[in-house]
Design a protein around this ligand. Structure first.
Ligand SMILES: Cc1cc2nc3c(=O)[nH]c(=O)nc-3n(C[C@H](O)[C@H](O)[C@H](O)COP(=O)(O)OP(=O)(O)OC[C@H]3O[C@@H](n4cnc5c(N)ncnc54)[C@H](O)[C@@H]3O)c2cc1C
Length: 344
């Protein structure tokens, strides 16, 4: 891929948005004034005449011309690891509303309570509309954002708004593409916002792919499953099902029926475990009341240790077979991403 149209807004439109490769991370929304997010889509409001290429620089799908980003070193299929283990929230009220063990909700609530974060960028439930990013300052509100929406949310638009308001000590919860966009923002020569200083914690979610919101809703409506949608789940292999809870209860579909709704840009992604985060969180296969947790950085370790010492998290060793399986899955995603990108 790349690039007869340069690396500015035109390139982003021609090579990412018009090719349906946008993964709706929200990094460009509100960072560049000409992009907005509406009902699951990044919308171009106007053509930008500036030669600066800030939107292109922060896009996690775009790559520099002619280079292959050296994402992973040999032998580290799941990225940098300081520690890997399993954990869950001690508080059963959190576990009740969380997707799995509630580690993400517990860590964000704790960090807000302790003043380690001034605010957190989370993703709302969406109900009838597409989920969206929200900035949350009140620790008691964090639980309302628990659970996984398997559609992308444009969530980093909320980060861009928070930064504009001068917020510091921001925690961000996001998908691998969003963690990658944050890394690109911090490195960007066009981004003067000192994001490394402002973002105090990056909590990344494992992700195999995300769904296109409009395609998913169309599919569910055809199947007679009406919103608002309360909860979604994709239980770990070998289940191969997609579950949705609506007011009428739970319905499930074979994953093969859902796969046509996967965002095309997700198939280029090589990162399953959010390698650019401070702490990455996923499920423990076979023990869905627990999370797999990868601590990657010193500041991630400090938050984890404090939260555990103060009784917010229960931890235990991750069974070696789970770690091996996670590495296999991560390797599989990387190989798929490389193949698809090379075929372009
Ligand atoms: C699209 C998607 C795909 C995933 N794929 C996998 C996978 O293949 N394997 C795996 O082990 N785990 C996957 N996960 C992660 C998993 O679903 C849980 O989010 C994770 O294990 C944390 O669990 P928890 O109980 O701590 O979450 P909770 O405590 O319930 O917290 C969940 C957090 O996720 C945030 N969130 C919800 N939806 C989104 C979204 N669309 N974008 C960004 N943030 C969001 C919420 O704001 C909330 O803070 C995926 C998550 C998503 C959103």
């Amino acid at each position: 891929m790349m690039s007869e149209t340069g690396t500015g807004q035109r390139a982003l439109i021609d090579e990412i948005i018009n090719q349906d490769l946008c993964v709706r991370c929200g990094a460009c929304v509100g960072f560049c004034p000409y992009f907005s997010y509406f009902d699951g889509q990044v919308v171009v409001l106007d053509r930008c005449q500036a030669s600066a290429d800030r939107c292109f620089q922060v896009c996690p799908v775009a790559r520099e011309q002619g280079t292959r980003e050296p994402r992973i070193r040999e032998g580290s299929e799941i990225g940098p690891i300081e520690r890997v283990f399993m954990a869950r929230a001690m508080n059963s009220d959190i576990r009740e509303v969380a997707q799995y063990g509630g580690v993400v909700t517990a860590l964000v609530t704790y960090a807000l309570e302790q003043g380690l974060m001034e605010s957190a960028v989370l993703t709302d439930r969406g109900d009838l509309f597409s989920p969206e990013g929200r900035e949350v300052q009140d620790k008691s509100a964090v639980r309302q954002f628990s659970g996984s929406r398997y559609t992308a949310s444009g969530g980093l638009a909320a980060l861009n708004r928070a930064v504009k308001q001068g917020r510091r000590k921001i925690g961000v919860v996001g998908l691998p593409c969003q963690m990658s966009a944050l890394a690109k923002m911090a490195e960007s020569t066009e981004d003067p916002r000192d994001l490394d200083d402002r973002i105090t914690m990056k909590l990344g979610l494992f992700c195999t792919w995300a769904l296109d919101f409009r395609k998913l809703v169309e599919f569910l409506k055809k199947q007679g499953v009406k919103g608002p949608y309360v909860k979604f789940d994709i239980p770990p292999p070998p289940a191969e099902i997609f579950q949705v809870e609506s007011e009428e209860g739970w319905t499930e579909f074979p994953l093969s029926e859902i796969r046509p709704s996967i965002q095309k840009g997700c198939l280029l992604c090589e990162d399953m475990t959010a390698e650019k985060s401070d702490i990455s969180v996923g499920v423990v296969e076979g023990q869905q009341q627990w999370n797999t947790v990868i601590v990657r950085t010193q500041r991630g370790a400090e938050l984890l240790d404090k939260a555990s010492q103060d009784g917010w998290l229960e931890t235990g060793p991750l069974p070696p077979e789970n770690l091996e399986h996670l590495k296999d899955a991560a390797r599989g995603k990387r190989e798929r991403g490389r193949r698809v990108r090379d075929d372009q």
